[in-house]
Ligand binder design. Sequence first.
Ligand code: FE2
Length: 324
Amino acid sequence: MLTMGIESSAHTFGVGIADNGKVLANEKLMYDVGSRGMIPSKVAETHVRNARTVVRMALEKAEVGIKEIGGVGYTKGPGIGACLQVGQLTAKTIANGLGVKIVPVNHAVAHVEITKHETKLRDPIALYVSGGNSQILKLTGEPFRHYQILGETFDVGVGNMLDAFAREIKLRPAWGSTVAKLAINGNYIEMPYTVKGMDFAFTGLLTYASSLAGKKNKEDLCYSIQETSFAMLCEATERALLLTNSDELEVCGGVAQSTRLQEMLRSVCKEHGMRFGVARNEYNADNGGMIAYVAERMLKSGKSEPLDRCDIQQRYRIDKAVVV
Ligand code: FE2
């Protein structure tokens, strides 16, 4: 049975097709964030315009017809309400038209699970880092199989923090990767560092670094904010690994594409003789392939929902999602 997965939680409208754990297609079109950032209604309008095209792109890539799709999954949350709604309605329309089962998927679970699949890790601690999220996760079976949040940001996600800083110092989009490029030639300036156990906070760092805009050179500021925030993530993650006696770590989500963060986490794992894994960039960016992959597993274990109960949830936390 082929399963189609639809992702639309933020600026990406993605459609994936999975077949027995294999992703046959992972196609997407993105809203151009430009210099204004994301305006939810504009992003949703773009998704509406792109939905049909991306579905067709995925079918062509997988070399299958729409009638061969035997189940549909979509991102229920977390994400931007207006954007999530477009994916939800597209999925419902397709499932209803084909008369096949449909299942809502948690976006964070999809990132963690596709990374586990790609890296072949068995039971890793997961560092999930994206624009809106920064969490340290572990799979547990009590009271139901789900990802327990061992630690997380007290305020903003590390990706949004780096983007906000980039806008403060008037960098061009894509902000996070522009910070990374400038950081290569920077020198370290001491900055606020906030880790409490396995939790952390970024607002103090953002405020301080922004206050130095125009007073220090951009390369030094980019290097220092990146090194400080990533070191915070590494400290909290290392603590989680040691406290849970884990010997595997995966990093996933948009910020997991950072080669500097990967390098720092890899060195933490090396020091303790632990295994480290990260998926290909196409699965760390938002994508429909990971939704198709998880939806297929959910449908196979009987986890479908009636159409009228297929909702969206902007703050759908990972610890509320059943993992099969
Ligand atoms: Fe994502």
